[in-house]
Design a protein around this ligand. Structure first.
Ligand SMILES: O=C(O)CCC(=O)C(=O)O
Ligand SMILES: [Fe+2]
Length: 206
């Protein structure tokens, strides 16, 4: 979904904000690391309002427009996927080849998730509500996947492994951001459809 220029813009945006401690000791089995995007390690994600002029808003808006054109909706959340109120973005760094995220259901009320992949290919699995068969596919650099992240939607998903052989897009990106020779970034954009309340803090410009 993202052309190489958009992947570069998103990578630059993330790398600029990345305050993850360097030289952390590596576990024997590499666990994915949620990057600290800003000065508050307790809140590693960034939040945005609809209409903020950031690369994250632009990518999500375009994704939702494309899905809307396809007639897609997130039943149980909204019938108009473009009408979100706010967003949050977190980035998870996976090491190749062992990085994985065990199968799970997101329990995010009134929310959809829009996952963007950067860098190495991820071997992804999804099983829909009531399904017995697991669907396996690759998410390559620039690919995006959106689904209803509520408990009711019951969408089981996970990352099984990361490829070490880079795709053409990954290679182009890694020449600018060398982290992508050996890693995948899972850029997790959570899209909220609930009314904005007073406790919403806007740190999009941090
Ligand atoms: O890395 C990914 O694309 C998936 C992350 C995920 O499922 C989650 O953070 O809940
Ligand atoms: Fe998830």
């Amino acid at each position: 979904m993202l052309c190489i220029q958009q992947q570069v813009a998103l990578s630059a945006y993330i790398c600029d904000r990345d305050r993850t401690p360097k030289n952390e000791s590596r576990a024997m089995i590499p666990t994915p690391r949620t990057l600290v995007l800003g000065d508050n390690a307790a809140v590693p994600s960034v939040t945005y309002r609809r209409g903020d002029s950031t690369v994250v808003n632009a990518i999500v808006d375009r994704g939702m427009e494309l899905l809307k054109k396809e007639g897609m909706c997130f039943t149980t959340i909204t019938d108009n996927i473009i009408d979100y109120t706010s967003l949050s973005m977190a980035t998870i760094r996976y090491e190749a080849p062992g990085g994985q995220f065990p199968p799970h259901v997101d329990h995010c009320k009134d929310s959809a998730v829009f996952l963007v992949s950067l860098g190495c290919n991820a071997n992804f699995m999804v099983r829909g509500k009531g399904e017995t068969e697991v669907h396996r596919f690759q998410l390559r650099s620039g690919d995006a996947l959106a689904f209803n992240a509520s408990t009711e939607a019951d969408i089981l998903h996970g990352v099984e492994s990361i490829d070490t052989t880079p795709s053409a897009a990954c290679e182009a990106l890694a020449k600018i951001f060398p982290v992508f020779w050996k890693h995948r970034y899972g850029v997790q954009c959570r899209i909220y459809y609930r009314p904005l309340n007073d406790t919403f803090t806007d740190n999009a410009t941090n």
